[in-house]
Design a protein around this ligand. Structure first.
Ligand SMILES: Cc1cc2nc3c(=O)[nH]c(=O)nc-3n(C[C@H](O)[C@H](O)[C@H](O)COP(=O)(O)OP(=O)(O)OC[C@H]3O[C@@H](n4cnc5c(N)ncnc54)[C@H](O)[C@@H]3O)c2cc1C
Length: 488
């Protein structure tokens, strides 16, 4: 009969694992509680507008394309994407606007032209970010971190010997403050902490490597929007005979001693040789696995998001695909999110407009605005009140900074907030990336992809090693497939 594997959840990590295991000859069944694949990477359509509901930034596309190549297929037949010319347009309350051009020389010139920093300071910073990435990626991103055999190798020794140069002992903000004179440049680079739902004033400066991935490696966008990543992978999985059971909530993982033997769903038990969970690991304990497990403290969780999906009946040529309207007080914004579990009154507003590149995503002359702010996870706050107050603050900020009257142009609206993120995807308290990276030891505290206490059960996705975001989830799928293949 061959090896039978059950996967819980069809987030990008779950689908990628399904593809890899199917290619290893497993007979794979994915159980998904929703009626559609993708988890956080979802889409929504209303009145002629299409919205990507979750991720909007697409880096390291090779993690996706390698799945098609492994299957002997041409990636372009499933997913097409382009490199961006402008990574992001940054707007500041003082009226200045910085275009983060993909071309590093153009970007460095832009910084020299618009701020008090030199082009050399940018080139030096990005060069350092690349060096940190090259020193650490084999340890923290590409392999299982929690296996002792992986701790005794050349990469680990190299990083250990060069520990001082990976900037683990200072915060991202402190490092950026030393690297740049202008607070606007500091703020631009501090923002990379939010890519892992963390606080730039606490996160180790090692995480400056994220700017390398965007500026040096490049940012991309799929020709048909972010959700086409999922439709492409779902199609490939289908061609490899992966079976998807939608509307199928898994209620329990069946254990016999240490061995995971099957899944319970819809009153039935399904036996499997291996089980892979793509659900937020903090949700799985207590809900699907028997026994008590310590849940992470709120202060250790990554941030969540409050998103307004607005159909806008006007075009804004001054905006790009990715746009940031920065808070005037970044420190207080992160203090509110991580220390007070509150939403700041002057939040940094991110506006993502896929219709800038995907013309069918909005009616002609109109735009689809994904308007997001970072917020704390759900710890019982009054979200109705917070959504109402934040909506006013966001609209006030947009009107002030873009000199418009945006409320008069909103024709459709949908809201996503932390409790809703939990309901839709099972993400613990709505946090986007599991635990945050605010401590120097966070990478080690992240849940491993496998624990010896559960044989045959593996963990994939944004809440486990190596972390959240599309590339990390895809890396976790690669690690899980490798661990299953080489298991003793
Ligand atoms: C608003 C927002 C913006 C983001 N922006 C970015 C970005 O720009 N770039 C980026 O790289 N990342 C971004 N992310 C993060 C990224 O979306 C996630 O890290 C990634 O998609 C998580 O994938 P996953 O494999 O962990 O599975 P998830 O997407 O978490 O999916 C888990 C799946 O499991 C299913 N499930 C849960 N419980 C059960 C059960 N009991 N039985 C059956 N099925 C179950 C859920 O329905 C869901 O489909 C963003 C996320 C959000 C929400």
């Amino acid at each position: 009969m061959g090896i039978k594997t059950g996967i819980i959840g069809s987030g990008i990590g779950g689908i990628a694992t399904a593809i890899r295991l199917a290619l290893m000859g497993h007979s794979v069944t994915v159980f998904e509680k929703n009626s559609y694949p993708g988890g956080k990477l979802a889409e929504y359509k209303s009145k002629g507008y299409r919205f990507d509901m979750g991720p909007s930034l697409f880096t390291m596309p090779h993690f996706v394309t390698e799945l098609f190549i492994l299957a002997g297929k041409n990636p372009a037949n499933y997913l097409e994407y382009d490199k961006l010319e402008i990574l992001c347009k940054y707007h500041y309350e003082d009226g200045s606007i910085i275009n983060a051009y993909q071309d590093i020389d153009l970007f460095a010139e832009e910084i020299e032209l618009k701020t008090n920093d030199s082009r050399e300071s940018i080139l030096k910073h990005l060069d350092k970010a690349e060096k940190i990435y090259n020193l650490t990626s084999n340890i923290f991103i590409l392999r299982a971190l929690h296996k002792t055999s992986n701790l005794y190798n050349r990469d680990y020794l190299k990083a250990f010997l060069k520990f001082g140069s990976i900037d683990a002992l200072t915060s991202m903000h402190n490092k950026n403050k030393k690297a740049f004179r202008d607070p606007r440049t500091q703020q631009l680079f501090d923002r990379y902490a939010t890519y892992v739902g963390s606080n730039p004033y606490s996160v180790p400066a090692t995480l400056n490597m994220i700017s390398h991935l965007e500026h040096n490696e490049g940012a991309y966008f799929p020709k048909n929007g972010m959700y086409s990543i999922i439709t492409g992978l779902h199609q490939l999985a289908g061609e490899l005979n992966v079976k998807f059971n939608f509307n199928s909530n898994v209620d329990a993982i069946v254990l016999k001693g240490k061995k995971a033997q099957g899944l319970k769903s819809g009153g039935k038990t399904f036996p499997f040789d291996f089980i892979v969970s793509d659900i937020d690991v903090n949700t799985i304990y207590g809900n699907l696995l028997p026994g008590k497990e310590l849940k992470p403290k709120t202060k250790n969780l990554s941030s969540s998001a409050l998103v307004f999906y607005w159909g806008i009946n006007k075009a804004f040529p001054e905006l790009s695909l990715h746009n940031i309207l920065f808070s005037n007080n970044y420190k207080s914004e992160f203090d509110a999110i991580f220390n007070k579990q509150n939403v700041f009154s002057d939040p940094t507003v991110y506006i993502f407009i896929s219709s800038k590149l995907v013309k069918g995503d909005a009616p002609a002359g109109y735009e689809n605005w994904f308007t997001m702010i970072n917020v704390p996870p759900d710890t019982g706050q009054d979200w109705n009140a917070l959504v109402k107050a934040s909506r006013e603050n966001i609209i006030g900020k947009i009107n002030r900074m873009l000199k418009t009257d945006i409320e008069n142009h909103i024709t459709t609206e949908k809201v996503l907030h932390p409790p809703e993120i939990y309901n839709k995807t099972g993400s613990y308290k709505g946090s986007l990336y599991g635990i945050n990276s605010n401590s120097r030891f966070a990478a080690f505290n992240r849940h491993p992809n496998h624990r010896s206490r559960y044989s045959n059960l593996y963990f994939v996705g944004g809440s486990v090693h190596p972390g959240g975001g599309i590339p990390m989830c895809l890396s976790s799928a690669r690690i899980v497939a490798h661990e299953i293949k080489h298991r003793k």
